[in-house]
Design a protein around this ligand. Structure first.
Ligand SMILES: [Zn+2]
Length: 462
């Protein structure tokens, strides 16, 4: 029997791990789509060290397909290998470049400080990687009465992101099953928008923003400009809690565009600091992989612009330089934008900046991505507007800085984009499974799909 099951991302937006199974008994085979880490409040059911072990059978799993390299989609891969998984890891070509980098960082933080062990795990991961070009079928299983092939299509979410089309045959049943991974917004900078699948008998779709739409790109740009102007006026710092991949590069791209457009003495004073070796590394990879950029970005390069490596951009690597920068910016009156990880303020260098800067009303904190419940980022967003406080490393910090959220950089499709993705499938799927969202978002999206197609719409629980 061809079946779909879920080992994560059903009660929240993290821990993505879905299974497609065919056959039964000794003949059972399957593949996993993603194997991500639980984060924020979802951690309750996954991220403590003892809980990270893979708690489902994997003997029949032939391959892992990775939709994209965000940690909530790939973070459990080392544990999957430790549990004995010995199949290939299928992903797009850019993802194959980025996956070892992102996992190296995750291993250092959550797994071990033992350099040799990290190298061994990374070596193992590299040896299993099978990069597959977009749009090309790749066979994973071909036996007498069952077969399974996958094809990756651009998802427009982050560099290398893909949705996965699976052609499954078992006996005389043939099905096309599509896993959306995370889908990008159509008007995001840098990456081409996702196209709807040409066929999907069953669809598993994310719903991070299933209940809302983003501001359009112009509105977003205008708001970003206003936040930057506040810093330019009074010499404050705009602090951006940065995710390593995706939103950060989009934001840098937009800032370069604003500087180019408005230029002048004022804007040329604005300094942009990337205080994160990992963000810097992924920005470099983004820069190197121009063939995957969209037409607009490619045009800029042709005009001689450097959207991800402009003059006012500084990168901070060492921890000592980081501490100096925090100290300097808290005292100086130079307008500056700082991008520092982690994106949800749950750790990393951004925490030092927050401690030094939240209390000063010259400063702004700009959130560009989803803030999971239970993270300091969510608390700052919720209480920052009412003169509230946030707890960082067990201490309270009053929030006087202005707090902003610009939704569209989150690199996720909004509600109407998700609906358009489904509406664009020529024959509506007979089953849609909604995953990867808060329950409000999932229910809202379910209602949209119900009025769109007369299909079975399932919100699975594990
Ligand atoms: Zn993602």
């Amino acid at each position: 029997m061809i079946s779909i099951s879920h080992h994560g991302a059903t009660s929240g937006v993290t821990g993505s791990c879905h299974e497609l199974t065919l056959g039964q008994g000794a003949q059972k085979s399957g593949i996993l789509i993603d194997c991500g880490l639980f984060q924020g409040q979802d951690e309750g059911r996954g991220a403590s060290a003892s809980d990270l072990s893979i708690d489902f059978p994997i003997e029949h799993i032939r391959a892992l397909v990775v939709t994209h390299v965000h940690i909530d989609h790939v973070g459990r891969i080392p544990y999957l290998l430790a549990a004995g998984f010995d199949g290939p890891i299928i992903c797009s070509e850019p993802s194959a470049i980025m996956l070892p980098e992102i996992l190296e960082d995750a291993l250092k933080i959550g797994f071990t400080r033992d350099r040799q062990l990290i190298e061994r795990v990374l070596g193992l991961i590299r040896s299993r990687l099978v990069p597959v070009p977009y749009g090309q079928w790749h066979s994973l299983l071909a036996e007498d009465d069952c077969s399974l092939s996958v094809r990756l299509q651009r998802a427009g979410h982050i560099l290398g992101s893909a949705y996965v089309e699976c052609d499954v045959v078992e006996g005389d049943v043939a099905e096309r099953i599509v896993f959306s991974g995370d889908l990008g917004a159509p008007h995001a900078p840098l990456l081409p928008a996702p196209q709807s699948p040409e066929r999907a008998d069953r669809l598993v779709i994310e719903s991070t923003y299933g209940d809302k739409d983003h501001e359009d790109r112009e509105t977003r740009r205008y708001r970003l400009k206003a936040v930057l102007e506040h810093a330019l006026e009074d010499g404050g710092t705009v602090l951006v809690p940065a995710f390593s991949i995706g939103r950060t590069q989009e934001l840098l791209y937009e800032i370069e565009g604003l500087i180019h457009e408005f230029g002048g003495e004022l804007w040329s004073n604005l300094e942009i600091v990337v205080d994160s070796p990992l963000v810097a590394e992924f920005t470099r990879i983004y820069r190197d992989l121009k063939p995957y950029w969209d037409a607009e970005a490619t045009d800029l390069v042709r005009q001689g612009r450097h959207p991800l490596s402009f003059e006012q951009l500084t990168v901070i690597n060492s921890h000592e330089d980081h501490l100096n920068a925090v100290d300097y910016l808290a005292r100086s009156h130079r307008p500056c934008v700082v991008l520092a990880g982690s994106g949800m303020c749950a750790g990393g260098r951004v925490v030092n900046y927050l401690k030094a800067m939240l209390g000063d009303k010259r400063n702004d904190v700009l959130f560009v991505g989803y803030q999971a419940a239970g993270t300091p980022g969510r608390d700052i967003l919720t209480y920052g507007h009412r003169g509230g406080w946030v707890e960082l490393d067990d201490e309270r910090y009053d929030i006087r800085a202005r707090i902003h959220q610009v939704g569209g950089y989150s690199a996720h499709a909004g509600q109407s984009d998700l609906v358009a993705f489904v509406a664009g499938i020529p024959v509506p799927p007979r089953e849609i499974r909604i995953v990867h969202g808060d329950s409000v978002a999932k229910l809202a999206l379910k209602r949209c799909f119900q009025s769109l197609v007369g299909t079975d719409i399932i919100i699975p629980s594990e």
